[in-house]
Design a protein around this ligand. Structure first.
Ligand code: BES
Ligand code: MN
Ligand code: ZN
Length: 510
């Protein structure tokens, strides 16, 4: 599970002694591969002559160079990795292309079980070098992800546990090379942390696990961590998270992690992530097929907290606070029931129609509490909130709603930048009418239509005028659209979007 160590090397590629040497090969204007040099050159030339390799984007050629073709001490493989032609693609498209290529390299490394990999950058770049290395490496590191913690070694065959060491070689001294590498390393490692949390089963990753992770981050990066337990929640009258936790024997936690910028008079961003460590549906029990996937119902919390690892490391000029309301949703004897009326932290009362609409209940308390306590300039929440978002957008885009267009636009841009596209859904007041209750202020489901939007309308009741955006990641947190750098299982979606938003933060005018 440890991710690869990355370093810059000055040793010429033909001196490399590891398992896999990767040459990145751009195409010229005539769609011919360029930069034909180095180890395995003769084999490559033959392949080109036979028409087997053109250097097209994502095209690969694996060769085993013979001593006669210049390989003296080298006993590994050479991968020629096609980059395609230079194009007038937007930076966003270029970034995604590089990540896909990186993901392809990772899958080739896995195929040949390569532990030591050398990445050679092209001499003639069709893509600016800093973007190229950042996104390529991000793709390699994200694509190299493995979760083997609970798999025992099968006697004979040793499992491939991922790339151990990546050395990056550049034909010329590139400005921004190290910076690009660092950005990639941090973003990818945070996304892989979120994937690890998600892959942990519900009996291992419990609310207290979020607290432990946050405390460790706080110590490492000198941030402030506060964990509210059940007693504090009772004192604070957090009736939403307490209600959801009622049927469980696992204690709830409200995990708060605060990064304070050195600079004064900067904006404060509040991140809130749904940390539902297992969602059985409660008394409104979910059907059994697929219920095991509800261990992933904490992906919003995982994303918010993992992003804080990058914030702690990069120390941006903006305050960032993450709150993760964490509990599971179980149907024990004391469980919440349909028809019950609860009172949220804000004082708003809610009629429970369906105990499976629990995410909004825990988020409501976290949003109201966070906004009151920290007076943030804006709030972003992430949650695997509704099955309905999958009906609407499939597994290709995260649903996005909110009360502030500039904030929504920032998130959309950040998502595009990192290959986690979002799509805005409307949130007009008609949708709020769907959650009117006869007996309480609101009710926790909005009827058959527009399930993702009525869930957002519920959250909106708790943010007041604070600029707020809500990301429904139920379709993208796992089973995300197919990409070379997204393995099966949890995607870590949201982490890199948040990181990108924070990295590009400019003073926010509501
Ligand atoms: N965690 C689920 C949403 C979900 C469903 C995520 C499928 C990923 C895949 C959420 O708590 C939930 O159960 N929502 C209900 C709401 C309904 C009862 C109004 C849903 O979407 O069915
Ligand atoms: Mn549910
Ligand atoms: Zn849920």
């Amino acid at each position: 599970m440890k991710s690869a160590k990355v370093s810059i090397t000055r040793k010429k590629p033909d001196q490399f002694t590891g398992d896999l040497l990767v040459y990145c090969i751009p195409q010229d204007k005539k769609e011919k591969p360029t930069a034909i040099a180095g180890l395995g050159k003769k084999e490559l030339q033959t392949a080109i002559k036979l028409g087997d390799f053109k250097g097209k984007e994502n095209e690969t050629l694996l060769v085993y160079p013979h001593a006669s073709s210049g390989a003296k001490s080298f006993s590994g493989r050479v991968l020629y990795m096609g980059l395609g032609q230079a194009s007038d693609d937007s930076p966003t498209e270029l970034r995604e292309r590089c990540r896909e290529i990186g993901g392809k390299i990772a899958s080739m490394a896995k195929q040949v079980k390569a532990k030591q990999v050398c990445l050679c950058l092209p001499a003639i770049a069709s893509i600016p070098a800093d973007i190229f290395i950042e996104c390529l490496l991000e793709g390699v590191l994200l694509g190299d992800y493995h979760f083997l913690k609970y798999k025992k070694k099968d006697g004979k065959k040793e499992k491939f546990t991922g790339i151990a060491k990546i050395s990056v070689w550049s034909p010329k001294a590139e400005k921004g090379l190290r910076k690009g590498i660092n950005r990639a390393r941090l973003a990818a490692s945070a996304a892989c942390d979120a994937r690890n949390m998600a892959n942990e089963p519900g009996n291992c990753w419990t609310p207290v696990s979020f607290a432990h992770y946050a405390r460790e981050l706080a110590i490492k990066h000198k941030m402030k961590c506060t964990v509210l337990g059940k007693a504090e929640m009772k004192r604070l009258k957090m009736g939403g998270i307490l209600a959801v936790n009622q049927g469980s024997s696992e204690a709830p936690k409200m995990v708060i992690l605060e990064y304070k910028a050195l600079k004064k008079k900067v904006d404060t961003i509040l991140l809130v992530g749904k940390g539902l460590t297992f969602d059985s549906g409660g008394v409104s029990l979910k059907p059994s097929p697929g219920m095991q996937d509800m261990k992933y119902d904490m992906c919003g919390g995982a994303a918010a907290l993992s992003a804080m690892a990058v914030v702690g490391e990069e120390k941006p000029d903006v305050n960032v606070i993450a709150i993760i309301p964490a509990t599971d949703n179980m149907g024990g004897g004391a469980a919440l029931k349909p028809g019950d009326i609860i009172r949220h932290y804000s004082g708003i009362t809610s009629e429970i129609i369906n105990t499976d609409a629990e995410g909004r209940l825990i988020l409501a308390d976290a949003l109201a509490y966070g906004i009151e306590k920290f007076s943030p300039d804006c709030v972003v929440d992430l949650a695997t909130l509704t099955g309905a978002v999958i009906v609407g957008l499939g597994h290709h885009r995260t649903g996005l709603m909110g009360n502030n267009q500039p904030l929504i636009d920032r998130l959309c841009k950040a998502g595009d930048n990192c290959g986690e596209p979002l799509w805005q859904l409307p949130l007009d007041k008609e949708y709020t009418k769907q959650i009117d209750s006869d007996v309480a202020d609101i009710k926790n489901t909005g009827g058959p239509g527009a399930g993702s939007i009525t869930a957002a309308a519920y959250l909106q009741e708790f943010v007041g005028d604070t600029p707020w955006a809500h990301m429904d990641i139920a379709g993208t947190a796992w089973g995300f659209t197919k990409k070379n750098y997204i393995p099966k299982g949890p995607s870590g979606t949201g982490v890199r979007t948040l990181v990108d938003m924070v990295r590009n933060w400019k003073k926010f005018q509501a």
